[in-house]
Write a protein of this length. Structure first.
Length: 74
């Protein structure tokens, strides 16, 4: 087991979280209404920010479990 290798699920959920965060900021800034009518609503931006936070927290679980497994094996 490589000690400095992040799990692929952590990387994937962090990337999705970053994408959701960017979309949420765009929707809250008011720029999203030009891209798509659903992004004109302020609730969409808040929902995307909450989704980004949830994805970041979900991505942290495999990382923490891997670190705990490395500590236990050492």
């Amino acid at each position: 087991m490589k000690p400095h290798h992040w799990p692929y699920t952590t990387i994937a959920t962090f990337v999705l979280g970053a994408f959701s965060l960017i979309v949420g900021i765009i929707a809250l800034a008011g720029i999203g209404g030009d891209l798509h009518p659903l992004m004109a609503d302020e609730g969409t931006g808040i929902a995307m920010l909450v989704t980004a936070i949830a994805l970041f927290l979900t991505g942290g679980f495999p990382l923490v479990l891997r670190r705990l497994a490395e500590q236990e094996g050492a």
